[in-house]
Design a protein around this ligand. Structure first.
Ligand code: NAD
Length: 488
């Protein structure tokens, strides 16, 4: 089967029961190109109640046979999908880039490869997520099975339109669930294009479906009585609503991957160049639109002045690589759209009244939603720019004296997604790693994730974990079977 999709032939229909179909809802989504705010399409399907109900009904039916497939059958579908994603990576990245603006060299290729690798990684788990048995000395042998939940939904944000799909659909399908994807209204095209590849990979109808739409479409899934699980990535505010809808409907299982305000802590003995490189990369990758971006940087007083000089220069260099995301040499693209641009610029303008602007602070060029990599220095602990997730290439930089002081500051946030510590002293690094309240901690590195290790946050950064064996646990329930061993 050839891959029909391109920027000239965009997928705009829902993918239900292995077919592209028009939404029954007459309302449509409008999508924009962030490099010049031009309209890409005004007729992308917006799933309404009848569409969601149809997808759920197909998924319920498909679940009855998909759950009984062999591990090998599920593995083969997932591996084939991974191969097809790789084979069509450039086109998929173009479809993402059109509405996200992520350049191929700095984020576009990474994001597509992550999706393929996630499907491959979870394909490898299909025959390894074994159950348990417990002893029979009390007269009963206990067998524990990992049972799939049923129809699962994945609601995802715009900043990782395909990477997020692999991290959610991969474990859901590997464990025998059926899966309905709800992409972000801002970036629907690459996810919708997957439909062709899902069919070609051999997934039976109803097993893996895609319903594009806005928040209301996600809400229909989160409150649906026949959806047994929702895995959500997005803002903390929406995450709260999802958990509420889950509780008020059928008490469906919920995984939440939410926002962050992640601290990078640089001690006097750190390798300066390494710390600067990680901190600058971590707040500019995908134009800072990354949940675990190092948006609070704390540097010890002895190395502070040198760090400031190097970090400022590194951030200015990042700004020089801004440009048309379609050009090969571009590393920094625009923000995703006007509302995100207005939001980030709002934080920057208010920030100018709260702290010293070290660098950046404005727009790049006249067209599109480009923002200079921006650093504020000496911000108060309670300043808005210190506390709120900005979700753009904007960081706050502050000086500290002691280890005790910096642990308290690092933890002074309602978020707890990621932290980083830069030091040559392994004892100090491990003390920091154990005392900091975050789901993930980098030592001499920050803002990274691995498919083989749990991914997620503490406090308002989320509930549950993605990746690794933990993701499989999030899509299954334990069933205890006990056998009476007495001679009957
Ligand atoms: P968002 O919460 O606005 O939207 C995310 C998704 O939820 C979209 O698909 C949207 O249509 C849907 N949605 C919106 N309202 C809904 C509702 N009431 N019910 C159900 N679904 C609804 O988030 P966003 O602006 O797309 O993404 C940015 C946020 O995502 C940031 O806060 C960022 O930190 C977070 N994020 C977190 C992670 C992580 O893994 N922790 C990764 C990426 C992004």
């Amino acid at each position: 089967m050839s891959f029909p999709w391109s920027t000239k032939n965009l997928p705009k229909q829902l993918f239900i029961n292995n077919e592209y179909v028009d939404s029954k809802n007459s309302k449509k989504l409008e999508c924009f190109n962030p490099k010049d705010n031009s309209v890409i399409a005004s007729d992308v399907s917006l799933g309404g109640e009848a569409d969601v109900d149809a997808a759920v009904a197909h998924a319920q039916k498909a679940f009855q046979s998909w759950r009984k497939t062999t591990a090998k059958e599920r593995r083969d579908c997932l591996n084939k999908l991974a191969d097809l994603i790789d084979a069509n990576a450039e086109t998929l990245a173009q479809l993402t880039r059109l509405s996200l603006g992520a350049p191929w060299a700095s984020f576009g290729s990474f994001e597509i490869a992550l999706a393929a690798e996630a499907f491959r990684y979870f394909a490898g788990w299909t025959d390894k997520f074994a159950g348990e048995t417990y002893p029979q000395e009390d007269g009963f042998l206990k067998i524990i099975r990992n049972e799939p939940l049923g129809v699962c939904a994945g609601i995802i944000p715009w900043n990782g339109p395909l990477g997020n799909v692999g991290m959610k659909a991969g474990p859901a399908l590997a464990t025998g669930n059926t899966f309905i994807l709800k992409p972000s209204e801002k970036t629907p095209f690459s996810a919708l294009a997957l439909g062709t590849l899902i069919k070609e990979a051999g997934f039976p109808p109803g097993v893996f479906q895609i319903v594009t739409g806005e928040g209301s479409t996600g809400a229909l899934l989160a409150s649906h009585m026949k959806v047994q699980k929702v895995s959500f990535t997005g803002s903390t505010a929406t995450g709260r609503r999802i958990q509420e809808m889950a509780a008020k409907s059928n008490l469906k299982r919920v995984t939440l991957e939410l926002g962050g305000k992640s601290p990078a802590v640089v001690f006097d003995d750190a390798d300066l160049e390494n710390a600067i490189a990680w901190c600058a990369n971590a707040i500019t990758t995908n134009t800072g639109q990354v949940c675990f971006a190092a948006s609070r940087v704390y540097v010890q007083e002895g190395i502070y002045d040198k760090f400031v000089q190097g970090y400022k220069a590194a951030m200015e260099d990042k700004g020089k690589a801004a440009g048309d995301p379609d050009a090969k040499e571009t590393l920094l693209g625009p923000l995703v759209d006007k509302s995100q641009y207005d939001r980030v610029l709002g934080f920057i303008e208010r920030g100018k009244k709260q702290a010293k602007l070290l660098t950046g602070g404005g727009r790049i060029g006249e067209d599109g939603f480009y923002v200079q990599p921006t650093v504020f220095e000496g911000t108060a602990d309670d300043a808005e720019i210190t506390r709120e997730e900005i979700f753009g290439p904007v960081s706050v930089l502050n000086k500290f004296k002691t280890e005790e002081e910096i642990i308290a500051k690092a933890n002074d946030t309602h978020y707890g997604l990621m932290a980083g510590v830069f030091t040559q002293d392994i004892n100090r690094a491990l003390r920091f790693a154990s005392d900091v309240d975050a789901g993930m901690v980098g030592i001499n590195a920050i803002s990274m994730a691995f498919l083989s290790a749990p991914f997620g946050g503490t406090k308002t950064s989320g509930v549950g974990r993605e990746n690794a064996i933990d993701a499989l646990r999030m899509y299954t329930d334990k069933k205890t079977i006990f056998i009476n061993m007495a001679k009957l």
